[in-house]
Design a protein around this ligand. Structure first.
Ligand code: PHE
Length: 356
């Protein structure tokens, strides 16, 4: 039996050596290790041996199985490596690859993110409201009487059921105060809609940012400080702000904020030369935002809706301001036609991707 095992063992190792591919090697494995393979058959025959012979034969069989498996696995690995090498041989690593498309954020989204970061540092949270709102949130609660021109059909998009596309994000002032008691510090970025003729400076859907801060002892000084901080963060520390008296139904007193940006700051931005607009060359005042102290009648409308006195105008005050984001993107990028921001021409979008 011993010599039989030895013979078979030599034959099995030789068979591994001569197997030239994976299929042949599989055959060899089956022939020796399979259920009715040579090693199993000889193991079966151990039963016919005497007690004294068994241990030595058993040991021989084990050694055979171990060395067979080891040599077989080494050969399998070698064949795999050879196959890998063969498939790489036909590969030309100097060929140009296939470029993958990478998306990028729209300039308006980039600006929104930047503004959110600036206000977050001042403790403002983001608030939201629906694009389709009712007349009460868009006008009545904001002290805007029925005969106000903004309410006319030629200025606003009305739905058949009387609701409308909000004409400003000031609706979110009301919705935030309905839901939350003071103190309150929110910003609300979002779309606003007006029935404007579309031209180089007007879109019928544009983007606004609303800022509202309400609490005890909030003053005009807080409004000016916050607005100035914001515009200087955005346009550089030498930016000047001017508060020009104005009228809004929902703030008293009301102002428009004019901003004078240093051309040197804009030139330092990544403004492609082809988009340089004329304001890059000279300093001038740009009308960028509307603002004011929240009118007491707005607080009263909110209290009535909430059925409480959380926004008691005797104890509570606040400021609000709002501005259009398209105008700011136009200044930062130097483009002179607002339509570029909604046409989604890839040649334009690619120039600004990631550059704010
Ligand atoms: N909602 C005003 C507009 O769209 C801007 C504004 C917001 C004015 C907040 C005052 C306070 O023109």
């Amino acid at each position: 039996m011993k010599s039989l095992i030895q013979q078979q063992q030599d034959a099995s190792l030789a068979a591994i050596k001569t197997a030239s591919d994976a299929a042949a090697l599989k055959e060899v494995r089956l022939h020796y290790l399979g259920k009715s393979g040579a090693i199993s058959c000889l193991s079966e025959q151990m039963r016919t041996l005497s007690k004294e012979e068994r241990p030595a034969i058993g040991q021989l069989l084990n050694q055979w199985r171990n060395s067979f498996t080891e040599v077989l696995e080494a050969k399998e690995k070698m064949l795999l490596d050879q196959a890998d090498e063969a498939s790489f041989a036909s590969l030309d690593p100097s060929l140009p690859g296939t470029a993958s498309w990478q998306g990028a954020l729209h300039p308006l989204t980039l600006l929104t993110n930047r503004i959110v970061q600036i206000f977050r540092r001042l403790g403002f949270a983001i608030a939201e409201g629906p694009d389709i709102d009712d007349e009460w949130h868009c006008f009545d609660a904001l002290n805007t009487p029925p005969d106000h021109p903004a309410r006319q059909e030629q200025d606003t998009f009305y739905l058949p059921d009387g609701r409308l596309l909000r004409t400003h994000t000031s609706t979110v002032q009301i919705r935030a105060m309905e839901q939350t008691s003071p103190p309150l510090r929110i910003i609300a970025p979002g779309a606003a809609y007006r029935r404007d003729e579309i031209d180089a400076t007007h879109l019928s859907q544009f983007t606004q940012m609303e800022v509202l801060c309400v609490g005890e002892g909030i003053t005009l000084g807080d409004l000016k400080g916050t607005a100035e901080f914001f515009f200087r963060e955005l346009f550089g520390p030498e930016t000047e702000c001017r508060f020009r008296p104005h009228f809004f139904p929902f703030t008293e007193p009301s102002f428009e904020i004019d901003v004078r940006v240093k051309p040197a700051f804009l030139a330092s931005k990544c403004t492609p030369a082809s988009f340089k607009a004329e304001f890059l060359k000279e300093e001038k005042w740009l009308e960028l935002a509307g603002c004011g102290m929240v009118d007491p009648s707005v607080f009263e409308a909110v209290n009535q809706q909430r059925s409480d006195q959380a926004y008691d105008p005797e104890k509570i005050s606040g400021f609000a301001f709002g501005f259009g984001l398209e105008r700011l993107v136009m200044i930062l990028t130097g483009i002179s036609d607002i339509r570029m921001l909604s046409e989604n021409d890839l040649r334009f979008l690619k120039r600004f991707a990631g550059e704010f």
